[in-house]
Design a protein. Structure first.
Length: 228
């Protein structure tokens, strides 16, 4: 306080903040604070105390500051998931573009017979999977569906048709050909997209925009239902 009173800012200040990570609620400390507060008030300077309790109250409403100084995990624990989702929100147009780009290996698959126009065959498996995505899960039913079959039985084409149907209905889809992707097991969410974006955050945010939760399936699963 003495250094402040002797410094050049004293005559130009209207407020003086005391900031500390400690709690200043002990009687002796509080009495000293009130004395300084009265003294500064004579010079039209307001003394403001920001100790551990006040800082916590202030930062509850400032998740961006918590994020910038401490990172996303602190925001989640201190401010909550909703505050974190607002900070990390990705524009919807970018989400759609990122998912389509990451799914390009599937979108590029030709689901017609070569050199034959309008030769696409509708397959019942596509319809069954499409209906399953929108159906309510039964009790203890897994929300993972696996399409199996021998080589050359059109599994990939069925998935391509399914993705096109879901894309038509504005359902976020990520389609991967695992033989075309090099995935870092330590950062699979980012390496899948080849961008500085986390695929789990993208799906969670996209689900909130649609009004129901979307879930993320780690590499190894084929499809995960849009409903829990």
């Amino acid at each position: 306080m003495l250094k402040f009173k002797q410094g050049s800012y004293f005559s130009r200040s209207k407020r003086f903040f005391i900031c500390t990570a400690c709690e200043l609620n002990k009687t002796q400390i509080q009495d000293s604070f009130e004395e300084y507060k009265t003294e500064l008030k004579r010079n039209q300077i307001e003394l403001i105390k920001w100790d551990k309790l006040q800082l916590s109250r202030l930062l509850k409403d400032e998740p961006r500051i918590v994020y910038d100084f401490f990172g996303p995990e602190f925001v989640k624990a201190f401010n909550g998931n909703e505050a974190l989702s607002v900070i990390c929100k990705i524009p919807e147009t970018k989400i759609n573009a990122v998912l389509k780009s990451a799914s390009s290996d599937i979108y590029c698959i030709n689901n017609n017979f070569q050199n034959l126009v309008n030769s696409h065959i509708e397959r019942k498996e596509t319809t069954e999977l499409y209906n399953w995505v929108f159906s309510d899960l039964k009790e203890k039913e897994s929300n993972i569906a696996v399409l199996t079959g021998n080589a050359g039985t059109s599994k990939t084409v069925i998935i391509k048709d399914l993705i096109e149907l879901l894309d038509r209905d504005n359902i976020p889809v990520l389609g991967l050909k695992t033989d075309k992707k090099r995935i870092d097991p330590k950062q699979y969410g980012k390496s899948i997209l080849d961008l500085d974006s986390n695929i789990q955050n993208i799906f969670e945010q996209r689900g909130h925009l649609l009004g129901h939760p979307l879930s993320w399936t780690q590499p190894g699963s084929l499809i995960r239902s849009a409903r829990m």
